[in-house]
Design a protein around this ligand. Structure first.
Ligand code: NAD
Length: 371
């Protein structure tokens, strides 16, 4: 029997409601999946942790996260904590988790469930069956490079500077993540940068090319300028399998690709750290892309699919349970095909259900599929 240790951090607002549906899925696997068990404990993060402990993440919760095989995170924040200083705001809990766990690779899938293809702003034929993985470098680049400042010049006018910095090591490790993922998927990687105008783009291109040659000759690599990538994502998104890019371009391209799939309520994500030198396992945090949605919190209106699909990513990328991850994806897809909808994705003629009813229906579908 293999036991996987999970830390569940529901956080605030709808995070609490959507993580409850993940607990339902975990209970299902614990009952039905042979040879595997999940040992899940929960703790506070964000505003809930501030209210109880005065900080958005306690050292104790951080230690639990570091000891867990994967962290499943809900969402943090809300108007109640908006006025707090930056370092003690709810978001600081998430930032600390990312920093202390060394999560440098952000995985943002853009998957279009057939039943929701008409909700996309793109034409059905462009998005139906879409399955892209955007791998964004998360801890380097222009968001962190120094100098980062606004200075007043001698003439009294201001000047702002942000600095894009990448080292060979940072580029190589994110390229490896992209090649590893492509190997489990469609075996194709597009590397997006701006080598035509940026020195970091030139180095990015060189290092990805060298990493490909040495580490992943079995994968097809194509280089693409990031602006062209943005255009191609809306012109013909299905040409892509894995896209690897830096922090800034990844921020923008992943949001663009995600919108091709419809609602925030269905978008999962993962953030991974470096492989452990001894056993190759990676620190990992899985979370929906959406926030705590205070406007609908506590009303049973939240769509739990993004959080459940984030747990599906944990099955695939932390626990080598690809078959079960496929079944969970299929259960979500079947539930949508059966015309069940939460309010955010409601369409005419469909049946509107609550957060809990959607979670229960997905688990029921899982039961039909067999694990
Ligand atoms: P949001 O993602 O919480 O909500 C945006 C809109 O989408 C809202 O109308 C909301 O009702 C809807 N929505 C989001 N998720 C949904 C779901 N699963 N089902 C149905 N509808 C859903 O973004 P926001 O309103 O800009 O931010 C609200 C709070 O969340 C803020 O405090 C913000 O700082 C925080 N936030 C946290 C995270 C995070 O924890 N990672 C991310 C983004 C925002």
């Amino acid at each position: 029997m293999t036991t996987h240790r999970l830390l569940l951090l529901p956080g605030d607002g709808i995070g609490v409601e959507t993580i409850a549906e993940v607990e339902r899925v975990i209970a299902f696997f614990n009952e039905k999946a042979k040879g595997t068990a999940f040992d899940a404990e929960s703790d506070l993060v964000g505003g809930a942790a501030i209210d109880k402990h005065g900080v958005p993440l306690t050292d104790d919760a951080m230690a639990k996260a570091a000891a867990a095989d994967a962290v499943i995170f809900g969402a943090v924040g809300g108007p109640k904590w908006d006025g707090l200083p930056y370092e003690v705001r709810p978001e600081a809990g998430l930032l600390r988790l990312r920093k202390d766990l060394g999560l440098f690779a952000n995985l943002r899938p853009a998957i279009c469930y057939s039943a929701l293809a008409d909700a996309s702003s793109l034409k059905r034929e462009l998005v139906e069956g879409l399955d892209i993985m955007i791998v964004r470098e998360l801890t380097g680049g222009v968001y962190f490079g120094e100098p980062k400042e606004i200075v007043t010049l001698e003439n009294g006018k201001k000047r702002a500077v942000d600095t894009q910095v990448y080292t060979e090591e940072e580029i190589e490790r994110i390229a490896r993540v992209a090649f590893d993922l492509a190997r489990q998927r469609g075996k194709k990687v597009h590397s997006a940068e701006k080598r035509n105008v940026m020195r970091t783009g030139v180095l990015w291109n060189e290092v990805v090319t060298a990493t490909h040659k040495a580490y992943a000759p079995d994968i097809t690599l194509e280089h693409i300028l990031a602006d062209n990538c943005a255009m191609q994502l809306v012109r013909n998104p299905k040409q892509f399998d894995v896209i690897v890019t830096d922090n800034l371009f990844g921020d923008i391209l992943s949001d663009e690709a995600a919108m091709a799939t419809g609602s925030l309520g269905i978008l999962p994500s993962a953030s991974l750290g470096a492989p452990d030198a001894k056993d190759g396992t990676r620190k990992a945090l899985y979370e929906p892309v959406h926030g705590s949605a205070p406007d609908i919190a506590g009303k049973g209106l939240a769509n739990p699919i993004a959080t459940i699909a984030s747990f599906g990513m944990a099955l695939r990328y932390s626990f080598d349970m690809g078959r079960q991850a496929d079944l969970l994806d299929k259960a979500i897809s079947n539930t949508l095909a059966a015309e069940l909808r939460t309010a955010d994705i409601m369409q005419q003629g469909m049946r509107q259900v609550s957060t809990a009813a959607m979670g229960a229906a997905i688990v029921e579908e899982l039961g039909k599929l067999g694990v």
